[in-house]
Design a protein around this ligand. Sequence first.
Ligand code: UGC
Ligand code: NI
Length: 176
Amino acid sequence: MPETAPTTAPIGLPIRPLTKAAFAPFGTVIEADPARMRLINSGATERYHALAEAEAVGEGAHVIINIFRGSPRAFPYAVTMMERHPFGSQSFSPIDNRPWLVVVAEDENGRPGTPQVFRAGGRQGVNYHRNVWHHPLMTVGAVSDFLVVDRSDPGGNLEEFFYDRPFIIEDPGASA
Ligand SMILES: NC(=O)N[C@@H](O)C(=O)O
Ligand code: NI
């Protein structure tokens, strides 16, 4: 029986709704959870308290707040790489209330496994735990701003991995 060549055919990825439970292995979902709400300012403000914690480790490292203005990805989109930040968490919270995609992977002996794609609503952010494999910001449909909380000095805080085969995300459609 002739050896069959290892296929590098692209693999289609399913898109799942972003939920706390499904995302728990990778980090925290940042959303106005009623269980975290407390009224402040004499009732004029709802504080959704301590939804996630930012982490920055290493000499002189500290937490910074940024805005990322993401250009929309073209679909079908080929996921060819993943990255992770060994020394800090990274959170993304949409400012423009537009749905977007979150792509993460389990770590398998130092490399990312198959990407897992989540559809995030326009009022859902995520906080990637330190050293979690994820794809760079994946904006959908229009240029969108995100509030990003991560670690200073990104230069020393980025590990990338390139897959030997592409994983395809089909157009998430307008409902994305
Ligand atoms: N490079 C950079 O700051 N962005 C990535 O970390 C990302 O996750 O988008
Ligand atoms: Ni990142």
